[in-house]
Design a protein around this ligand. Structure first.
Ligand code: IMP
Length: 200
């Protein structure tokens, strides 16, 4: 693995929620490039695992920009739905990335499995694989998780995606209700980042 500390990086994502979180994790001295300036279309996520998609994106953006690139592939696994939506978490929001729609689908699919689910605690987790890809073809991928449960009501306006329906273990608030910096310091992305922090 390259020994030199990374001084500048391209964040390979077109998801503004993720960009904001990743930028928050990185040291302030680092020069960050993102698609807000480059406008490179996202690649097709053809992988069937978080790791495959994370690597595919980091490699694609690094090859397009010739820069060291970091990508995230993430999603929510809901146990009663046999770990769906998982790698397809973004797809459940439709072409327009409407997460009200995705959350409605989650509730509908859960109700099909168990009509009395609102009285129960349904376990779920967010998973994130972060990959750093260097222009010389070297890469590193690390996984981070956070366990929790599904809220039976959509709560809170912070964050993005499935944040309003996820309550981390040991907490009462959903990620959507929580102070964003509190979320950033405990979530799946933070837990993956801890494992690659030494490169910065
Ligand atoms: P992808 O990694 O681009 O396939 O997209 C992952 C999807 O998972 C996002 O569009 C979100 O819907 C969801 N997701 C990942 N991380 C989070 C999070 O921290 N909060 C809420 N939703 C998330």
């Amino acid at each position: 693995m390259p020994k030199k500390k990374i001084k500048e990086i391209f964040i390979g994502s077109n998801n503004k929620g993720k960009l904001k979180e990743i930028a928050n994790l990185l040291p302030k001295s680092l020069r960050i490039y993102s698609n807000l300036n480059f406008k490179i279309p996202s690649p097709k996520e053809t992988g069937t695992t978080f790791k495959q998609n994370s690597l595919l994106k980091a490699k694609y953006f690094s090859e397009k920009t010739n820069k060291i690139c970091m990508s995230d592939d993430s999603g929510i696994e809901i146990d009663i739905l046999d770990k769906a939506p998982g790698v397809y978490s973004a797809d459940w929001s439709g072409k327009k990335r409407n997460f009200n729609l995705a959350i409605k689908k989650v509730y509908k699919e859960i109700s099909k499995k168990d009509k009395n689910w609102k009285k129960k605690k349904l376990s779920a987790r967010f998973i994130c694989v972060l990959t750093i890809f260097w222009p010389n073809g070297k890469f590193i991928s690390k996984v981070g998780k956070i366990e929790g449960r599904i809220s039976n009501l959509k709560r809170g306006r912070n964050g993005f995606g499935y944040d309003p329906i996820f309550i981390p273990k040991g907490k009462r608030l959903t990620f959507g209700e929580m102070d964003p910096h509190k979320k950033y310091s405990m979530d799946h992305r933070f837990n993956a980042f801890k494992k690659i922090k030494k490169f910065f």
